[in-house]
Write a protein of this length. Structure first.
Length: 251
């Protein structure tokens, strides 16, 4: 599996005069999970925001190169809100909407015009099941999402993303605000989600990258230093800088 879903070619990204990403080549297969690692400020979040054009919201940001999703350049004349349903995003801090659990998950499809109560209820149940949250919330769907624990809120955000049937889910340090048990649940969940989606996850935990990803990308100062099978990156890194980072000598 390499690159049948996403191909990034020769990507440069600038914030004003400052170059934050340099000559990035990256690809992702169907049903593949890639982990992005590297020290703070190396461009991991910047890079995943390229893939659903979240950087469009930053006026100083300028991008050159190609980002090809299913054969189509997403920086061409495309519908950006449609792109963001195809490429979902889960953030570091769980950010459920201030509404009920049910309404959080139904929100995206309702916005697209889905009104049928039965269809919406099915969608919500399926999405919550896939996010491994259904059993915990099925008796309190009308309750506020704010009444959930942090780990449950994060799974709710994953369910909200799943409800749109995305092709790729981007996760930016999705477990860094969670305790070890909640983290374990999300990691298990990522293993299951891979059956339906491709996943890119940013993490500061080497162990997490090693546990859940097929390939790992090591970023340093805006460059993608090494991108290879996760076992290879952690046991036989090609680049000395990767080795130094994973063995804790810097970063
Ligand atoms: N909106 C912005 N405007 C200007 N510069 C930015 C902006 N966002 C990020 N940067 C800069 O781009 C570089 C990469 O930042 P980014 O947030 O992508 O790093 P990161 O690898 O995700 O770091 P962390 O691990 O701390 O989250 C940094 O030098 C940062 O200061
Ligand atoms: Mg970041």
């Amino acid at each position: 599996m390499s690159g049948e879903k996403l191909q990034v070619r020769n990507l440069d990204l600038f914030y004003g005069e400052v170059q934050a990403l340099q000559n990035i080549f990256f690809d992702l297969g169907n049903n593949e999970a890639a982990a992005l690692i590297g020290p703070s400020g190396c461009g991991k979040s910047t890079f995943i925001r390229v893939i659903n054009r979240m950087n469009d919201l930053i006026p100083s940001c300028r991008i050159t190169g190609d980002v090809i999703l299913d054969g189509e350049n997403i920086y061409g004349p495309i519908n950006v809100s449609e792109l963001r349903t195809r490429v979902g995003m889960v953030f570091q801090k769980p950010n459920p909407f201030n509404m009920s659990i049910f309404d959080n998950v139904a929100y995206g499809r309702r916005m697209q015009g889905m009104k049928d109560k039965k269809k919406l209820a099915e969608l919500v149940e399926q999405s919550l099941r896939k996010a491994a949250l259904w059993d915990e919330v099925k008796d309190r769907l009308k309750k506020s999402a704010q009444s959930l624990s942090g780990g449950q809120q994060q799974r709710l955000c994953i369910a909200r993303s799943i409800s749109m049937s995305p092709e790729i889910i981007l996760m930016d340090e999705p477990t860094s605000a969670l305790d070890p048990i909640a983290t374990g649940r999300i990691e298990e969940l990522i293993g299951e989600l891979k059956r339906d989606f491709s996943i890119i996850i940013v993490t500061h935990s080497m162990n997490q990258a090693a546990r859940i990803s097929d390939r790992t990308a090591f970023f340093l100062l805006g460059e993608l230093i090494e991108y290879a099978e996760t076992t290879k990156v952690f046991t036989q890194p090609r680049d000395k800088r990767t080795e130094d980072y994973i063995s804790g000598r810097f970063g």
